[in-house]
Design a protein around this ligand. Sequence first.
Ligand SMILES: C[S@@+](CC[C@H](N)C(=O)[O-])C[C@H]1O[C@@H](n2cnc3c(N)ncnc32)[C@H](O)[C@@H]1O
Length: 258
Amino acid sequence: MKKLFIDKNVKVIKGSRAKSLIISKNDSAYIQDDAILKVDRERWNDAQSYERKTWMELGLKSADDRNYEHFKRFDSFNSLKEYQKENKINKVIELGCGPFTNMRTLLSQLPNLKEIHLLDPLLNDYLKHPNCQYSTGQLDKFKTVLHAIPIEELETNEVFDLVVMINVLEHCYDITIIFEKILSIMTCGSVFVFSDVYYFENDVKKMVYEIYDAGHPIKLTFNYMNQFLSRFKKIFECELHGLYGQPWRHDKYFIGVK
Ligand SMILES: C[S@@+](CC[C@H](N)C(=O)[O-])C[C@H]1O[C@@H](n2cnc3c(N)ncnc32)[C@H](O)[C@@H]1O
């Protein structure tokens, strides 16, 4: 694998320059039990700078963040049809929704939908994006309730029938808190629509000396992710390995019921 250094301004540096940069700046100090599940605020702020730059400067013409790719990999969320024969999904939240949301690709599968909440720490920036899907205060015909905070800071007694979190965890700062928050906003029978990347335990240590990617501080492992997902009754699962020319990468697509 060639050395790669991506800074908080999304500048990509390769080869011998990347090698010397990685020696002076890498994420090895955050590894605990072969994973990176928590980083400090300074490291997370760099990830947020990367994300803000990606969408609010470099991506001003974008209108999608692989959301339809995810839609296909979830088999168009068809497994929710069977679930809704017995259960109603009225109130939903997307965590780490980005400017475009995955929720918009899900709407056609939610015939009983009444209330949409969207959460992202960069929401107030995204509202100014030319293609932001909820800048009118609505997503499709539904009024949106907006939470401009990280998941780790969500304090609410509300519970949701459906929680969506796709391509978010790698960008956050404390996965243990996030997993607790997710369980706290779901009731018995709520659905979790989830996708993210995991790595095998052996690979994390090697990776931090090969790649520094300011936008992706967290490295979830196979065991840690599956331990959390075992709290749900699985109704859909698909895995893809080595996507985007990244041999260590494993993408999980999962829908489960609490
Ligand atoms: C790669 S984007 C994906 C956005 C969206 N999930 C999608 O698939 O289109 C990752 C998002 O996670 C958000 N994020 C980063 N840290 C977060 C946190 N602690 N809590 C919630 N969202 C976070 C970022 O601001 C960014 O909008």
